[in-house]
Write a protein that binds this ligand. Sequence first.
Ligand code: AHR
Length: 480
Amino acid sequence: MITIAEAPSHHIDRRVYGQFAEHLGRCVYEGLWVGADSDIPNKNGIRRDAVEALRAIKVPVVRWPGGCFADEYHWLKGVGPERQSMVNTHWGGVVDPNTFGTHEYFELLQQLDSEAYINGNVGSGTVAEMADWVEYMTLDTGSPMADLRKRHGRDQPFSLEFFGVGNESWGCGGNMLPLHYANLYRQYQTYVRKYGEQPISKIACGANADDYEWTEVLMARAAGHMDGLSLHYYTLPTGEWDVKGAATGFDDRAWHETMRRTRFMDELLTRHGAIMDRHDPARRVSLIVDEWGTWYDVEPGTESGFLYQQNTIRDAVVAALNLHIFHKHASRVRMANIAQMVNVLQSMLLTDGPRLIKTPTYHVFDLYSDHQDAEWVDAAADDVDPFLDWTVSHKDGAYTIGLVNTGLEREASASVRLPSAIADVISARVLVGETSDAHNTFDAPDVVTPVVFDGYRVEGETLEVTLPPRAVASLRVSVA
Ligand code: AHR
C-alpha cells in the first residue's frame, strides 16, 4: 500500500525541470541554432521544430553557455556584427564561429518563454570581463556596456535571473582547491551587480558528486554571498569514465546498475543537504543540480568530443527516478538542469539535419509537467514491490501521481490510497518500452511514445494500479 499524506510538505520549484544547452557537439549549432539563412524552418535563426517541441514541455530555465565551455568563453567575441571565432578546446577542438551569442541566447529564451541562467568564466576570464558582461546585459543606460548593447540592436536590458560564477572549478574550470575557489567566488560575485529591478541569483560552483569537503568549505566560507550552490552527478552504467557502456544493446545487468547508480542521487542530496543545513538551517541557499543525466559511450562512428548518444526507455526511467528524488528534496533543491537539451548526453531531442525526433526522456518531462510548481505530498509505503518508485504532488485541486516500474521482467502492482474518495481520474498516460533499449529513430520516431494508461481500477479512496515492466506512468486524480 502507498498511502498519500493528508497535507503537502513543500513546494516543487518548476525549475527542477530546467535544461542545459552547451556549445558542445550539435547541441547549440544545428540542434537549436541554424541561422536565419538556413533551409531548415527557423525564426530569427532558431529552428521552429525544436522550439515547438520544447515549448510543449514548459522549459522553465536554460543554462548556457556551458559546462566546461563556459570557462573558456569570452562573451565579447559573440556579440555585434563582427563575430570572432574560437576553438572549442574541450569539445572536439572544433571552431566555434560565435554566431550564437548573448543576443541569440535571449532570443531563444524569449521563444521558449524560459528564464536565463548564464554561467560566467572564472577559469580563464577576469573579474572585469565578468562584470562587463553583467553590465552589458542588465544595465539600462548610460554606461559603455549598456551603450554597446544598444548599438548591437537591443535597447532594453535583458532579464537575467541566474548567474553561475564558474563551472566545475575543481576540474575543467581551473582545477582549483575548495578554499582557493571559495576566495575567488567571493571576489568575482562582488562584481555581479544588480543594476535593475530584476534580482540576479548568484550560484557558486558546487561539488563533483560525493565531494562533501567541497560543500563544507564553500558553505563555511562563502554561503553568505551566494543564493545557490551547484552539484554535478551523472549516471554511468559502469561507474567508469573509460568504458561507460553503450546507450543501446546493453544487458540486464547494465540496466539494473544504471538504476542503482541513479538512486545514489538521493544519498547525495541527503548528505550535501545535511552539510548545508548545518550552515544554513533556514535553507536560504538553494542546492542546484545543474548537470545530471546518463552518460554513455558515444554512438559508434560519431565524434568522441560531441557526446552524442541514443536515448531509450532506460533513460526515461532514469529521468523519472531523478525527478522523484528532486521532488522529495525540493525544500532545498530549487533548480536542476538535465544535460543536455539537444543531441548531447541525455537529450530531449535528437536532430539529423532537418529531421528532429523526441526522445523517451522528452516524454517523461511531458508526462510530469503537472508537477511543476505543485506541492509535494509524502506517500508512505508498506510492503510495496521493490521495483516500483513513485512521486505525488498536488496542484489546482488534483493530485498528480508518477509511477515507475524499474523491473525488466514482470508487472508491478500497488494500491495507492488517496486522502479521501476518488472523484475522477482526469488523465492517465504511460510510456512503455517493448525491450529494455526501445528507442525512437528518425525512421521510426514513435516507438516509445505515451499512450493512454488503463492499468488501474478505482476502489473508493484507492487506486489499484498495475504497471507493465519498463514503464513510467502519470495519473491525475481528483478527490471528493
Ligand atoms: O555536460 C557535459 C560536461 O560535463 C560539461 O561541460 C561539464 O561541466 C561536465 O563535466
